[in-house]
Design a protein around this ligand. Structure first.
Ligand code: IMP
Ligand code: MG
Length: 178
């Protein structure tokens, strides 16, 4: 792993764990005795989801989806391709999409619509990071770990060309040093 390109720790593991606990407590209060289906978006959300779910006190099921967006840099409403669909029947369920980062918002806007068509009781979004400057469609996460600026970020599940996901902290990357 080329650590030269890493621009220092932006959010520490300790801070992320503390925030997961706060958000987990908040979700547990919001849903009370209602069961939840946590839907992790592969692959970036994996670390955040495992940390978050430790703090949920109600009945929790988990499932995963994988998707990728095409031509997102040139289109105003990008198309999203589903590479792995979820396996659960979500009709009548409270779904919480767990995502690594909301950038343009295109992925989440598409996913939310896709899931809402399957008759769930509710769909909310929980993202580790929010990059509001990148937004190109009108969507907000209901639960956000941390708000970040317009830098490219890696670690805690987030990658640059599939690398750096294993870092236990969030760092920004200096693309000129890669
Ligand atoms: P959106 O559809 O533009 O909101 O894209 C969200 C996806 O882009 C995330 O799930 C990430 O996989 C990826 N992404 C956006 N910004 C970053 C970043 O700073 N680092 C790593 N991945 C990112
Ligand atoms: Mg992703």
């Amino acid at each position: 792993m080329n650590t030269e390109a890493l621009g220092g720790i932006m959010i520490t593991e300790k801070e992320i764990i503390a925030r997961a606990e706060e958000i987990g407590r908040q979700i547990s209060e919001d849903y009370k005795d209602e069961p939840i289906l946590l839907l992790g978006i592969l692959r970036g959300a994996v670390m955040w989801m495992t940390e978050l779910m430790k703090h949920l006190t109600g009945d929790v099921e988990i499932d995963f989806m994988a998707c990728s967006s095409y031509g997102a840099s040139t289109k105003t409403s990008g198309e999203v391709k589903i590479n792995k669909d979820l396996e659960s029947d979500i009709s009548g369920k409270n779904v919480i999409i767990v995502e690594d980062i909301v950038d343009s918002g295109i992925t989440l806007q598409y996913l939310k619509g896709y899931l809402e068509n399957r008759g769930p009781k509710s769909v909310r979004i929980c993202a580790l990071l929010d990059k509001p400057e990148g937004r190109r469609v009108d969507i907000e996460a209901d639960y956000v770990g941390f708000t970040v600026g317009n830098q490219f970020i890696v670690g805690y599940g987030l990658d640059y060309a599939q690398k750096y996901r294993q870092l236990p902290y969030i760092a920004y990357i200096d693309e000129s040093k890669i």
